[in-house]
Design a protein around this ligand. Sequence first.
Ligand code: ATP
Ligand code: MG
Length: 211
Amino acid sequence: MLNIALSKGRILEESLPLLARAGIDPVENLVFSRKLVVATSHPDVKLIVIRASDVPTYVRYGAADLGFAGKDVLMEYDGDGLYELLDLNIARCRLIVAEPNQHAARDDPRRWARLRIATKYVETTQRHFAAKGIQTDVIKLYGSMELAPLVGLSDRIVDLVNTGKTLKANGLVEVEHIADISAWLVANRASAKMKHKPLKALVEKIRQAVR
Ligand code: ATP
Ligand code: MG
């Protein structure tokens, strides 16, 4: 049996057509179902649907053999024990630094020092700025990062953007690009050895489906 952990939310919507192309169809509609474990048209494959940020943990401990995880989540995850096998080329977006319009007009990123940044991505933000020798006070949030600069919680945010509509609606502009993000196929290291043959066959199908 092989378990694939899928991220709820945006990644799920794009994961299902990809899996269908790989010959794996859940027996129930995962978007509406409340079930967390669902059988598929493939007798040896089950799907687990969990929070995006929990996918690396399930795969790391072998509760899932494979997982679909956002690169943002993988960058933030501090455990190893995962193989990043394949860029699934879905749920594409960018991790960026943004700040209020009026602030951006007279801001120069080359002169940044001691930044106060609100974000869900504390580790990634600290790593990014530490590498450039810029000190940061990072404030951890769990959502709606765009609000923070509007009410004086922070000067800037680090967040994901796709179209930039949410930024614009809140008077923010992108001032620095940190990383291009997409969902990746990850594998448990032990599964990759112990279940080598079936896993490899399944990964190959997914690879074909990505093309
Ligand atoms: P949680 O409930 O665990 O906090 P979440 O609310 O961040 O999750 P989503 O907003 O659906 O859930 O994001 C899940 C993943 O989808 C992100 O980790 C990222 O990889 C991807 N993603 C987020 N925003 C976008 C976007 N604008 N465009 C494309 N992909 C995105
Ligand atoms: Mg979200």
